[in-house]
Unconditional design. Sequence first.
Lengths: 161, 799, 294
Amino acid sequence: MTPRKITLTVNGKTRSSSAEPRLTLLDFLREHLSLTGTHVGCEHGICGACTVNYDSVPMRACLIYAVQANGHEVETVEGLCNADGTPGPVQEAFQEAHGLQCGYCTPGILISVTALLRATQNPSDKEIKEGIGGNICRCTGYAQIIDAVHLAAKTLKGTSA
Amino acid sequence: MSELPRKNLLHISRKRWVKEDKRFVSGTGNYVQDQAPVGCKHVALLPSPYPRARILSIDTAVAEALDGVHAVLTGEELARHTEPIIQGLNLPNVICYPLALGMTRYAGEWVAAVAADSVHIAEDALELIEVEYEPLPAILDPELAMAADGPLVHPEHGSNVLFQGKFTWGPVAEDFTSADQQLSFRARWGRSATVPIETFGVLASWHEGTETLNIWASIQMPKYAELTATALRIPLDNIRVFNDVDVGGAYGVKRGIKHTVLSGYLSRKLGAPVRLIEDRMVNLASGDAHGPDRIFDTEIAFTNEGIIKSLKIRALDDAGAYPGRGPFQLAKPISAITGPYRINSVHYEAISITSNKCGQVPVRGFGQAPTNYMIETAVDKVAAALGLDRFEVRRRNLICKDEFPYMIPSGTEYDSGDYHTVLNKVLDISNYDTLLKRRKWLRSQGMLAGIGVATCLEPSGGNTMFEYLMNPSAEITTFMESCQVRIDSHGRITGIIGNSSSGQGHETMVATILGEEMERAPEDIRIIHADSRAGFPTVAPVASRMAIMLGGAAAGAARKLKDRIMQIAGHNLGRPVADVEYEGGAVYDRTDPARKLTWQDICFIAHNQGHKMPDGLEPGLQTYHVIKVPNSGKLPDAQNRVQLYPCFAFQAHIPLVQVDPGTGKVTILEYYIGHDCGTVINPNIVRGMVIGGVAQGIGAALYEKFAYNPDGQFISGTLADYVMPSVFEVPYVEDVEHCTPSPLTSHGQKGTGEGGYLGAPAAIASAVNDALAPRGFSIHELPMRMADIEELLNGGENT
Amino acid sequence: MKAAPFEYLLADSIDGVIAELANSGDNAMIIAGGQSLVPMMAMRLARPALLIDVNNIQDLQGIDDGADGIRIKACTRQSEALASPIIKKRQPLLAKALPYVGHAQTRNRGTVGGSIALGDPAAEIPLVATALDARVTLQKKDGTREVPIDSFYDGPMMTTRAADECLSAIHIPQWQEEGRLGTGFQEVSQRHGDFAIVSAAAQILIGKDGVCRRAAVALGGASGFPLRIAATEAVLTGNPVDKKVVAAAADAVDNAIDPQNDLHASANYRRRVAKVLVERVIKEAALGAEEESP
């Protein structure tokens, strides 16, 4: 009930605002920090549209209260862009393969895929499914998403030292 | 690969990035919930706990007093200030308001609405509203609902039948009498919908100074502004719908009239922007967005060689308490009522019923997916009855490529097609012989395994003539589209379209066509979405119509501009238009090619140099084009025969499934689809639509159901209950394209937006039944859930 | 779907938690991973006046390996358990079940203790805990007690944990007998990662003579809470795990369970599938035992 000051690192920057405990991290990111790239799909942890990287691992932002995130690190889809705001390599792979249509589930998928590719450089189809199995897409039927992940893996491998 | 000679096309059919994707991958899409103007109020909705009840009293005093609450609205107040929402059928005694008035007619129906400083506070206030109900017996079974006695959902309507019509096309009685064999079956399409990840939402903001209701909504709805204006009793041009809102998936279901009327009313009342975003529970239970819920009783007359002569179909559909445009999903499929087959005659009885369930909404295909499921079930049954191969029966019945244009008994002419080639192509990529071996091996391991087949049509282009078949007072023969194109003084091309998009890539499609016509790079062409007051005629992206209609309008506008450019160039080169050549935006003198005007020259002249313009030509370079639906404009004849949609895309599906005999679990192991939508404008967009549609079809076939318990309580209230396929449930679909251009469209394109959804449920049902056949079982009800299949297999045994 | 208002406390020690629970009793709830609690709060099915966050307490994190078994502290993430070499080596049945628990994203936040404390009759971790005779450590202001798992579950999502008790760890004992160990885990769910409609877990120990020395078989989703099927175990113990014995062991399930109807499946479905899955996990365990080097 009583609003609490919340300070956390989002996409590498320190951000601060006050919110009552019942505000979810999802709503906090969207409404207090104007980071509307993370989307609301169900608010009960099933669809994955709200996925963010929290302390470097992908989680559902609708299932964390913002007060809990105090002192923690969050990465959202906006943080995947280059410094000039242009799409980063994973995002570009999704453009190339058209691994999206309406774009609503896309930020959650990009976060899950980014986490996957950081942990596994050359994921198999099975590993890709495990990585995005918690993100529902209604538009694509997943084929072009899988194509995009393979392409992203290839691109990242090509650019790594 | 497209059959259209590549060398004739610059940009169409070439792989190209989809423009819209950039903002979506960056997380900078513009969805309605991303907009929160200062002073915005937020809405929460109070659901009715009963499927049918009289509302005796609503006490809102305590709720209104809660800090942060600005209004608590009930049905009574809304009914005083708004008109009932127009339903699609002519039903003057079926009254629908956004909030229940006097009675609630389904569990979850909105009884009150709260507008507050936040959704949190609004939901707190809901708990303080006291409603007294008198529960009444509910109508939940559509067949029982037809009975003359018994409770009525809308007593003033006099019955629970919203529509009942019979259509006979061709010599049905003779065909049945003369046929070698007949059979009949029942097939049931369960209540589901193409539920999007983004729920419906609307932001309404009344601006008193300009008397304008500004609306941003996650919308895909013909006549959205018109219906809202009528309900709110304000002139149509007082409404401005912003179409540059990105819609997070629609697939037919984002209609939201009641949400918009409610929010619009509140905004005017409060003098503040009001935002209503469905939460997921409201979205599933009470958004009035359930899909067809249909029982087919079908009789087939056929020869010993498996030639289908005639069909008698009774389609009984439960449209819920507030039908909206839902019932039209019984009539649109008349446009392909005989599927891709050469069937001589059809009798079709369509019945729409009201019940104490959530209202129905158009779903991707507008009734075609259930109808295709029924038709394909019929074909498989003919094959089984005769001991013939299912593919062979299809080959014998499929219309041949030299028979086009082909007139079906109900009066629609199919524009073009080469069904046999597409079928052969998909058999080829499926390595059918290997598929058979795999099925055999799986069966040898104790699994049930099946191969499915479905060949079906996607009517595309739109034409609301089907409305007339169900509502003759609506003589609507126009379903136009338009596009405005301008070239500015810097030489930049802008295309302006009049509706919103929900992932179909309209900007890319239009830019590609404009680029094709103007011979300029689509990447350099900007497409913007004008608001609803920008003044040109448009309908929504429904009916698989945009490539045909918007594409056609764009092509038309571009051709007009090209003419103008030629005239300006000819005038300045001192040559007649016939002697100048357009190439890549420059125009040169054919008799002396060194003499030319560049694109920049022409643009500058048009915008700045009236003294260099030919007489009679307007300054500037801008135009728009409005197109009619090809092959449209006629009313039905005395036998109710009429051309419905103009263009027909074709798909052939082959899945391989395994069914666990112990648990009933279905796993789709492989999936192949061949599709022909004529000229492909953007290959990635088309493939996405086809495969995305398959995934939704898998959901409808195996997982998704809006369920009510015997007490009328809605029990699919969350996404844990209404389960949608994840990547684990959808195999990697292999697809192959074929191109039989349409003779009716600007570049031979047909629609493909409904995609695999139209055939996948049929194909999976075919595969599951192939798997169950060795055990002597079959299942003709969707969804075919694990427990249903296992019950079929093992339920008869003594356990 | 927004939660009802609540106050929030980030606890820094177990003592802090139990002191607060002693004060607040029924009005407070502990939040660990929140993967089940937060949705319930969003739907206002749970409305604690005070939420006590235990995610910051080091004493609630980690997996200890001991001679008599392993001890998983309550707030250990399911993802950590999945990656744990200790669990892989020492409790292979749990290692088999963990990939079925939700999805990667929910395992990154959800905890082992949270799943045990919730006691969903279809959840995988309570099922394995039941199969393996786990003991649950409950701490409160007045002291600590260890409860055997078969006294912990009382009904669907009902446990014998008092409102002022904090679940701090589960202990899974090691089977000490000589022999070859095999495990089996199977579940049926609508989709991959969904809660099981029916699930079965088995661990068997085969002696040198090929006879089953010890068996643990448990079912989820077939009763109000995960259930050891003593009758099935009795059929297996002392016999070779052959076709006839497996069939008889599966048959013994019938009288032991009390399945319910719901949206996803009927009681009859659960009853039949319970037997199918029990048969399959026994076979899987037997095969595993055979393949294990003596």
